[in-house]
Design a protein around this ligand. Structure first.
Ligand code: GLT
Ligand code: MN
Ligand code: MN
Length: 386
């Protein structure tokens, strides 16, 4: 019942299960797997797809001959396992050339290099079947605001995205962009730090219809925000092109824990939201196993992400079918047709009519809202006693 199937669209990045456990204080604890071995591992645990940065697959210094061999072997592994590549992205953060950003770097040479690297990476992603292209601007920020004017940074980032949208159109690629916000780390402050800021920025682009967001649980939690609300806003705007699932305590460094490992209630409302609205994109787990894990435990981590999602999906169905919960919701949302005329929008008559009403404010404030009971029922459902 909780086994992953292709229709669940569970995906992982090469960099997620391929993470070798290094952190700023310690070296790797796992030996690196090749991209082909990672595809095999993902197939073994039942994933649907695999995503990658250009350099997760092809090393930054690879020759054209090496590139072709690597891509050929990777394609063969996809064919052998049935895994697909729904999303690709560019590594614009690892190499020292990006120490002051990529598209927002103060150096026009670096900005041009970032554009060229991204065009090549888009070609690679499209060649392997990607239809979503993620932009995570990990280095697009500052340590000191004396170094860069945020208006210049916004202009540079906008120009880069406009250029790349045209590149995609010019080549006739079936590709949408998904911008991924994060408040900080590795920069002290990253530009466009939250889903809300990204959504506003997208509307300033030349082709906003091609660009949406890739919200990540951990990144909104770092900022102490309600992730489900951010996702709902993106959905409402028609901009939920992709999603990065993982988990994270509020306010910490980028923990990228297994989905549902920390805040199970938030994870429940998120899964419920995605399933209720019928989100049909990838459920991408952008997480990695604890540093203490070996590859058996990495598999347990990957299986755990998918299993928790499916358990929460089943809990959401139970919530929707639970007669006591639904009766409470019906009571809370009881319809009153008196003011239906307001939903037609403003008219002078509607305004006049509303102004003439005399409200019993005291009676309204005494309305029963049994949210304690409702929340306890939800908690008991999650704890498995309902
Ligand atoms: C990096 C980051 C993630 C992004 C990836 C895409 S790379 O691991 O922490 O949140 O989604 O560039
Ligand atoms: Mn993260
Ligand atoms: Mn991410």
């Amino acid at each position: 019942m909780y086994d992953p199937k292709p229709e669940h669209k569970f995906t992982f990045g090469l960099w997620t299960v391929g993470n070798v456990g290094a952190d700023p204080f310690g070296r790797a604890t796992r030996t690196a797997l090749s991209p082909v071995e990672i595809v095999q591992l993902l197939a073994e645990v039942g994933a649907y797809g695999v995503n990658f940065h250009d350099n997760d697959l092809v090393p930054i210094d690879a020759t054209a001959v090496e590139r072709d061999r690597i891509v050929r072997e990777f394609k063969q592994a996809l064919e052998d396992t049935g895994l697909v590549v729904p999303m690709a992205t560019t590594d614009l953060f690892r190499d020292p050339v990006f120490k002051d950003g990529a598209f927002t770097s103060n150096d026009p040479n670096v900005r041009a290099y970032a554009l060229q690297k991204t065009m090549n990476a888009i070609d690679l992603g499209v060649e392997l079947g990607a239809t979503v292209y993620v932009f995570w601007g990990g280095r697009e920020g500052t340590e000191t605001d004396s170094s860069k004017n945020p208006l210049d940074a916004a202009k540079r980032f906008r120009e880069a995205l406009n250029f790349l949208c045209e590149y995609v159109k010019d080549n006739g690629y079936n590709l949408k962009f998904a911008l991924e916000p994060k408040p900080n780390e590795p920069r002290s402050d990253i530009y466009l730090p939250t889903v809300g800021s990204m959504l506003a920025f997208i509307e300033t682009l030349e082709h906003p219809e091609m660009v949406g967001v890739n919200p990540e649980v951990a990144h909104e939690h770092m900022a102490g925000l309600n992730f489900m609300h951010a996702v709902a806003q993106a959905w409402d705007a028609g901009k939920l092109f992709h999603i990065d699932l993982n988990d994270q305590k509020f306010g910490r460094y980028d923990q990228d824990f297994r989905f549902g490992a920390e805040m199970i209630k938030q994870a429940f409302y998120l899964v419920k939201f995605l399933e209720d609205v019928g989100y049909s994109g990838s459920r991408h787990f952008d997480a990695h196993a604890y540093r203490s894990a070996d590859y058996d435990d990495v598999k347990a981590f990957a299986r755990g992400c998918m299993r928790t999602y499916l358990i929460l999906k089943e809990k959401a169905q139970r919530f929707n079918q639970d007669s006591e919960i639904q009766a409470l919701l019906a009571e809370i949302n009881a319809h009153d047709s008196t003011y239906d005329y307001l939903s037609a929008g403003y008219s002078a008559e509607a305004a006049e009519r509303l102004k003439a009403v005399s409200f019993d404010r005291v009676a309204l404030s005494q309305r029963k809202l049994p949210y304690e009971r409702l929340d306890q029922l939800t908690v008991e459902l999650l704890l498995g006693v309902r």
